[in-house]
Ligand binder design. Structure first.
Ligand SMILES: Cc1cc2nc3c(=O)[nH]c(=O)nc-3n(C[C@H](O)[C@H](O)[C@H](O)COP(=O)(O)OP(=O)(O)OC[C@H]3O[C@@H](n4cnc5c(N)ncnc54)[C@H](O)[C@@H]3O)c2cc1C
Length: 465
């Protein structure tokens, strides 16, 4: 039996590839519905994602799979996002002229001067590469100059991570916007090039008509024709002999079941996985794991008795006087996300378990959200029909300065299991987007099929994406 833990996109990607080949497969998802971070919530005729999810991919194969699953229910949406900063709305992604001039002439002069200062320094630093850069602050200052870092990057990043930018590894930002600098952005803008290849600047994206969760739902449907998916079911014990995973114990709605395991694909958080391994991992592995953590997300959604509140895809709030970081209005992604004549705003708070935000009651969170957004003129108090607060754990793996070392200890331990495959964003503690999460699951599944097909038995290797 091939067992897949987790019904997010990585688990479903693995399940889809495996189910298509006719192997015995069991996919287990803790929540009542599949999709994980990429699911869509339904509430009294409204729909919303756990923070708006746009679909982009460089893989033609994946794009045609998604188009095949959704047909004409897949929309192409134009991105219109802004950053609210010092009381002004600035285009995001930063468009050089707007970013340079939007905050007044003095800031413009400082931005250009700081950028040129950084560029002039480069030939005198090390070998001219960015190998001397360790953290997020250094990376942004080198590529954009200090003033732009302070105005546009510092406060938002510190909200997302809950710590100083000097404590976040440069790996996080360099993975996301590698190759981007003020110079390259200006050049792109002046040549009026389409931002092909630079994902962070893309103007258009794909979006399913009834929310991003449609992708997971369609994959589930395709898998269920051929294999078993257990939702509302949690794995609570993984038995192994130090080299091979042998059995999993699952608590389902109907009771406890045990399943033998030939291969195990895990997409669940690393902490959840190691916590249920029997025998338990050695102490140094557990200690390294304890030094890795995820950032959580609180979503406060306000349902409004008005047709539209913004014209935007996303709106970012770096300002530390506002406790939230970002909002989106689902109706601007697809008209099917809200009932006729009504709209909703989904507001994201970044937090850690036990901190001030996490400990607030739903009523408090909804109260401060309403107060702040009403103050910005998005709606009148009388238009708020309803509010809903959700807490989502493990949304962002935290890339602190020591995460690579700690992750390596955990990975080395997991690599010792010949029939264990660790994939996905949450599972592999990596900053994967949806397409890469899906592809990582599919790749693990192909590897399993290859190994089974060629009867490689004992030569199996743990597979980490
Ligand atoms: C706010 C936000 C916005 C994002 N926006 C975008 C975007 O615009 N575009 C984009 O491409 N990507 C975006 N992403 C990233 C995207 O959400 C992820 O890449 C993708 O959903 C990861 O899928 P996954 O399967 O790896 O992980 P997950 O979705 O975390 O799936 C793991 C699954 O395992 C289940 N599970 C956990 N424990 C157990 C257990 N013990 N037993 C069984 N099941 C268990 C969980 O319930 C979950 O369903 C965003 C992420 C966030 C947080």
């Amino acid at each position: 039996m091939i067992v897949v833990l987790g019904g997010g996109l990585a688990g479903l990607g693995a399940g889809y590839t495996l189910a298509g080949s006719g192997v015995s497969l069991l996919l287990i998802e803790k929540e009542p519905s599949v999709g994980g971070l990429s699911r869509t919530v339904h509430h009294r005729g409204f729909r919303f994602d756990l923070g708006g999810h746009r679909f982009l991919t460089d893989s033609e194969e994946l794009r045609s799979l998604i188009k095949g699953l959704l047909g004409n229910e897949l929309l192409t949406v134009r991105r219109r996002s802004k950053i609210f900063i010092n009381g002004k709305y600035i285009d995001y992604p930063l468009r050089p002229l707007n970013a340079l001039t939007g905050l007044g002439p003095l800031n413009s002069v400082f931005m250009v001067a700081d950028y040129l200062k950084e560029k002039l320094k480069v030939p005198f630093i090390g070998d001219g590469s960015d190998n001397d850069i360790l953290n997020l602050e250094q990376w942004v200052v080198r590529n954009f100059g200090r003033r732009i870092f302070e105005l546009y990057f510092r406060d938002y990043s510190e909200k997302v991570w809950g710590r100083d930018c000097s404590e976040i590894s440069k790996e996080w930002i360099s993975q996301r916007i590698n190759g981007l600098s003020l110079g390259s952005a200006l050049k792109e803008a002046m040549l009026k090039r389409k931002n092909k290849g630079m994902r962070t600047l893309t103007d258009e994206f794909l979006y399913p008509s009834h929310g991003i969760g449609m992708i997971a739902d369609r994959l589930k449907r395709a898998i269920e024709d051929k294999a078993r998916i257990l939702t509302d079911s949690s794995v609570f014990e993984i038995l192994h002999d130090g080299e091979m995973v042998r059995e999993v114990a699952i608590l389902t709605r109907e009771g406890l079941i045990r399943s033998e395991v030939d291969q195990l694909v895990s997409t669940i958080p690393l902490h959840a996985l190691l916590d249920i391994m029997r025998p338990a991992p050695p102490a140094p592995v557990v200690e390294a794991l304890e030094r890795l953590s995820y950032r959580h997300l609180i979503l406060v959604t306000l349902f409004l008795e008005r047709d539209q509140a913004t014209e935007l895809t996303w709106l970012y709030f770096p300002d530390k006087d506002l406790p939230f970081g970002r909002l989106h209005e689902p109706k601007n992604w697809s008209p099917y996300m809200a009932p006729e004549g009504r709209t909703h705003l989904v507001v994201e708070f970044f937090c850690s378990e036990g901190d001030g935000l996490w400990s607030m009651s739903d009523e408090q969170l909804e109260g401060i959200t309403m107060e702040a957004l009403r103050g910005l003129g998005f709606f009148k108090s009388s238009e708020v029909m309803d509010a809903l607060t959700m807490r989502i754990k493990n949304a962002y793996p935290i890339f602190d300065l020591a995460f690579r070392e700690n992750l390596a200890v955990v990975e080395d331990y997991l690599k010792g299991f010949k029939n264990l495959f660790i994939v996905g964003r949450t599972g592999s503690f990596s900053y994967l987007n949806m397409d890469h999460a899906l592809l990582s699951g599919m790749k693990a599944a192909s590897e399993i099929l290859r190994q089974n097909g060629t009867k490689e038995g004992n030569r199996k290797q743990c597979f980490l994406v």
